[in-house]
Write a protein that binds this ligand. Structure first.
Ligand SMILES: Cc1cc2nc3c(=O)[nH]c(=O)nc-3n(C[C@H](O)[C@H](O)[C@H](O)COP(=O)(O)O)c2cc1C
Length: 168
């Protein structure tokens, strides 16, 4: 079973988060997961994927123009309908809009006809309501991307387990 994680990233935080999700996914037997930037992706691998997770930084509490444009111009060509979908975000501030970005990505995924999954409260701790959010190292001394590594990995594992259950 193939899974894809697609991200936009200028300064590397969202790319790191994508790679951590892939790490978690690949811990589930039978999974081959890969991460792709919106600027350099393998359409065939994505088309063959049973699930796709999409992630983006918060820019003024919105998804980036790059991601918006990718969702409009590219994602529709990749056979997204019926795939398991998930979303994640990174931000600078604890209340910097990450969950709004996740919500709008999930909305786009539903429009494509994807089946959206976060695990929610059903998987216990760490409880991930809509999707994982990582906060960068720049401002808040109690934050930093490394603190979120386990959340992204666990999310990747949960997503891959659900995809395996649904699609084998
Ligand atoms: C133009 C711009 C707008 C941003 N707006 C926000 C914001 O509204 N809230 C926030 O928490 N962080 C904001 N950030 C910070 C980024 O979301 C954060 O650094 C993110 O992790 C960057 O991801 P990347 O390293 O993958 O590019 C902004 C950054 C840029 C460049």
């Amino acid at each position: 079973m193939k899974l894809s994680v697609i991200y936009d990233s200028k300064t590397g935080n969202t790319k790191r988060a994508a790679e951590w999700i892939v790490e978690g996914m690949n811990e589930i037997e039978g999974t081959v997961a890969r991460a792709f930037s919106v600027e350099d992706f393998d359409p065939d691998f994505i088309k063959e994927s049973s699930g796709v997770v999409i992630g983006c930084p918060s820019y003024a509490a919105l998804m980036t123009p790059n991601m918006r444009s990718w969702l409009f111009s590219e994602a529709g060509k990749l056979g997204m309908a019926g795939k398991l979908g998930g979303a994640f975000a990174t931000e600078q501030y604890s209340h910097g809009g990450g969950e709004l970005i996740i919500q709008s990505i999930l909305t786009n995924e539903m429009v494509f006809g994807m089946l959206c999954y976060s695990g929610g409260g059903s998987c216990g701790a760490p409880v991930i309501h809509l999707g994982p959010v990582g906060i960068n190292d720049n401002v808040e001394k109690y934050n930093g991307m490394d603190n979120y590594r386990d959340n992204f990995r666990v999310y990747g594992r949960r997503f891959a387990s659900k995809a395996k259950e649904l699609f084998g």
